[in-house]
Ligand binder design. Structure first.
Ligand SMILES: *Cc1c(COP(=O)(O)O)cnc(C)c1O
Length: 489
């Protein structure tokens, strides 16, 4: 199977090339030339497998240059005792009609581990397959969770380095501590003055700098991305939609073939887009509910067809969704409209920060998605309400989705079984979760939340503030490139 750029489907690349390159030379994102299908029989077979085997099977459909044995090996390494739940991505059923797919049992306690524990295996194998001699430096802009998950995934991986930028003041205390105390000989981290979009724009500018690339190349390095624009990030995420569906079938919550609804807390649109691929492959999904916080650019887009990032940026208690430019939306536009139209929209977005899709495209979008948003107060109310009613504790991102799902059901009358995609451990956003429950009894927030909820804090989050800070620095936007140059000296 080949891969095209969303902005030009004349040029084609192998899967290994697409993963090694991260982003297409014309600035577009890689998309597969065809979508493989999964039949009812295939689904039934998947239901009998564990997560690792489900992952190897689904990924093999897109990666014909990789052997089945190779992919099984990657899955066994990526999803092992670095997860604190043997199911890897367990689906919980705390209430009638609504399941929670918990994607945060990995080493950084957020869903990005699902992809970033796998990506280093895919990437290093892809570099071998493409005959790349240079070493790769992963460059990341993070709104909090990607950076830590990428650092953990690439830490001390042979032939790689990783550098992470995060917005100064734009991530939670726990997220910041997780990154500035990161272990590993090949890692670097810095804050950038500005918000996430500033950090992301800075990183994109570095990637687009040809002179800089040549300078690095002469030193034996090239840059690649671990942001969710890399196909090697998106692919492992397709797996858990199948896995959750199988869990629902196995638990008797859905009959094989019966559709479900997925409600996904959304920022860069990577998580939910992986679901769209799963649906295209044949997974029975009635629709996706796209949930946003006060940064509701996607809610407006799905409801009106107008994407307009010219609006105030809000810092919320669900910071991993504080995003105004959702990179992966470009892949959806490509799937619905083709490369020429997508190129036009991206061009308009770059020039004016806005574009509007036609009525046909909007109808297609609304056939797949519903959308909603909520503010911080509503998010906290959702955490408290579900905890009091069910004893089930959600983090702030998952709570946005739960709240938006409730509203969707009331508005639409749709009572299809639903899966809320749960993207972070409540302990990762402990201060706000605790506040939602009415506050703690003093002392450190993790312990206070443990006492309040009766749950144990995940091991990777305990004792963070006792670890030495290795990366205290902050830079201005225009110093970002220089710092990367230093790092690769
Ligand atoms: C990254 C992240 C999201 C948003 O996912 P996208 O793929 O960017 O839409 C939601 N919740 C948490 C906890 C995250 O880390």
């Amino acid at each position: 199977m080949n891969y095209f750029s969303t902005r030009n489907n004349k040029l084609s690349y192998s899967a290994a090339q697409a993963i090694a390159m991260g982003i297409a030379p014309d600035g577009g994102l890689f998309v597969p030339s065809e979508i493989p299908t999964v039949t009812g029989e295939d689904l039934k077979a998947l239901c009998a497998l564990d997560y690792r085997a489900r992952a190897a099977r689904i990924m093999s459909l897109y990666l014909d240059e990789f052997s089945g044995e190779e992919l099984k090996g990657f899955a066994a390494a990526a999803y092992a005792d670095n997860y604190d739940d043997a199911a890897i991505a367990p689906t919980r059923f705390p209430e009638e009609g609504t399941a929670f797919l918990e994607l945060w049992h990995g080493p950084t306690c957020a869903f990005k581990d699902m992809a970033l524990q796998m990506l280093p295996h895919l990437l290093t194998a892809s570099l071998l397959k493409t005959g790349e001699r240079r070493r790769v430096c992963i460059l990341v802009a993070t709104s909090g969770d990607t950076g830590k998950a990428a650092l953990e995934g690439f830490r001390d991986v042979e032939g790689t380095k990783i550098f992470v930028y995060y917005p100064d003041g734009g991530v939670s205390d726990i997220q910041r501590l997780q990154m500035v105390t990161q272990a590993g000989e090949n890692v670097g981290v810095s804050a950038v003055r500005g918000n996430f979009d500033d950090a992301q724009t800075g990183v994109k500018t570095i990637f687009a700098d040809h002179a800089f690339a040549e300078e690095l190349s002469a030193r034996g390095w090239f840059l690649s991305s671990a942001n969710s624009i890399n196909w090697g990030r998106l692919l492992p995420q397709i797996v858990y939609y199948f896995s959750a569906y199988c869990d629902c079938v196995n638990a008797g919550r859905a009959a094989l073939g019966e559709p479900v609804v997925f409600c996904v807390p959304t920022g860069n649109f990577g998580n939910i887009l992986a679901g769209v691929f799963a649906r295209r492959m044949g997974l029975p999904v009635r629709r996706f509910v796209c949930a946003s916080n006060a940064n509701n650019v996607l809610t407006d887009f799905i409801n009106t067809g107008v994407y307009d990032k010219n609006r105030p940026f809000h810092t919320t208690i669900s910071p991993s969704m504080d995003i105004l430019v959702s990179s992966n939306l470009e892949r959806l536009l490509y799937m619905l409209t083709g490369d020429a139209e997508t190129r036009g929209y991206m061009d308009q977005l770059n020039r004016t920060g806005r574009y509007a899709v036609g009525a046909d495209t909007l109808a297609k979008i609304q056939g797949i998605f519903s959308a909603g948003c909520c503010d911080d107060g509503q998010t906290k109310a959702a955490i408290r309400e579900r905890f009091e009613r069910l004893g089930y504790l959600m983090d702030t991102h998952t709570a946005v989705a739960a709240r938006v799902l409730d509203e969707y059901r009331t508005r639409s009358g749709d009572s299809t079984p639903a899966v809320v995609v749960s993207t972070a451990s409540p302990f990762k956003f402990a201060a706000d979760v605790l506040d939602a429950l009415g506050g703690g009894d003093g002392g450190d927030v993790l312990s206070a939340l443990s006492r309040r909820s009766g749950l144990a804090a995940p091991a990777p989050l305990r004792g963070l503030d006792a670890r030495p800070v290795r990366f205290p620095g902050v830079v201005e936007k225009d110093a970002m490139r220089g710092l990367v140059g230093e790092f690769l000296k």
